[in-house]
Ligand binder design. Structure first.
Ligand code: SF4
Ligand code: SF4
Length: 312
């Protein structure tokens, strides 16, 4: 059995308790226009080209059988022609500057466990563990089940970051070997949710209700996206939908950030819709947090965590 992942981040502090290693899975069942991990959307490998890192050494041009790279030393330009590219990764392997990156690698659960367990001492000392994220890790449920089984045998805490837009069977496959779920709600209204993400929220809310019945601890995460859900009206609607029905450990507001923009360029994907988008202010997050009266709400302010219990 193999899975497809695109990144492993060590020493993560915001993906569950303690110090964690977060593994990012490739492929997603939603298409949120603000996604900060655009390299996660497609399930297959892709080539990222960070043009500002290129030192025009010409190695990629030499090794590519498909003639995808054209370097002009006179004009000091490098054109990457994607159409003939087979994503073999040879150019990325030979690129000395990290300008070319093949994103999406196959790995077995045993190999992945071997890698993350190198940080076992940090997990044990801090009460941390391993989180799977994406993309949508629950599009590869059998892999996650096997991976987490190995980790739990080693007494490592396991967590999943998910959008819950998956068949319930996928979630139920992994629940027995999962310690914590971090699940998103992007918008409480089904039509607005569909306009922003490409899918309705009905399956997601249904999965939340079943998750609630399972008794597993979970956190609700709400990405705060200007123009999509950053109004008190939307947050009041969300508060109404969860009050008395869902009992998360807490609800986290996650402000939109601009770190993903360069990745769109690296994949030759347009991001016009993001150009006018800016992170919400601390004041607006406090205002939005006050809309919730039955759950503990928090957001991160730099390295600080701001907690607002049951509104202000
Ligand atoms: S991934 Fe392979 S085919 Fe594509 S540009 Fe690089 S070397 Fe050429
Ligand atoms: S191998 Fe990397 S640094 Fe060299 S020309 Fe190609 S992209 Fe630029």
């Amino acid at each position: 059995m193999t899975g497809t992942i695109f990144d492993i981040q060590r020493m993560s502090l915001h993906d569950g308790p303690g110090i964690r290693t977060t593994v990012f899975f490739k492929g997603c069942s939603m298409h949120c226009f603000w996604c900060h991990n655009p390299e996660s959307l497609l399930p297959e490998p892709e080539i990222q080209f960070f043009v500002d890192r290129c030192i025009l050494c010409g190695r990629c041009q030499e090794v590519c059988d498909r003639h995808c790279h054209r370097i002009d030393p006179d004009s000091r330009t490098h054109d990457f022609h994607r159409a003939p590219c087979t994503k073999c990764g040879k150019c990325a392997l030979n690129c000395p500057s990290g300008s070319l990156v093949r994103t999406g690698e196959s790995i077995t659960p045993e190999e992945l466990a071997g890698i993350v367990l190198r940080d076992r001492a940090f997990f044990m000392h801090s009460g941390g563990g391993v989180t799977v994220s994406g993309g949508e890790p629950l599009l590869q449920p059998a892999f996650v089940h096997r991976f987490f089984t190995i980790l739990q045998e080693q007494r490592i805490h396991t967590a999943i970051e998910t959008a819950l837009n998956v068949p319930w069977e996928s979630l139920s496959t992994v629940l027995p070997v999962t310690d914590l779920i971090l699940a998103d709600i992007k918008h409480p209204d089904p039509e607005m949710h569909k306009a922003a993400t490409g899918v309705s929220n009905e399956l997601i809310l249904q999965n939340f209700r079943i998750l609630e019945q399972s008794g597993l601890p979970y956190v609700i995460r709400v990405p705060v996206i200007p123009g999509v859900n950053d109004s008190e009206a939307v947050m009041h609607m969300l508060n109404t939908r969860i009050s008395g029905i869902l009992h998360p450990l807490y609800l986290e507001l996650m402000p939109y950030h601009e770190y993903g923009l360069k990745k769109y360029d690296s994949l030759s994907r347009e991001h016009a819709a993001l150009d006018a988008l800016h992170p919400p202010t601390r004041e607006s997050l406090i205002r939005l947090a006050a809309c919730f009266d039955t759950v503990k709400v928090l957001f991160r302010d730099g390295s600080r965590t701001v907690t607002l219990s049951g509104g202000i």
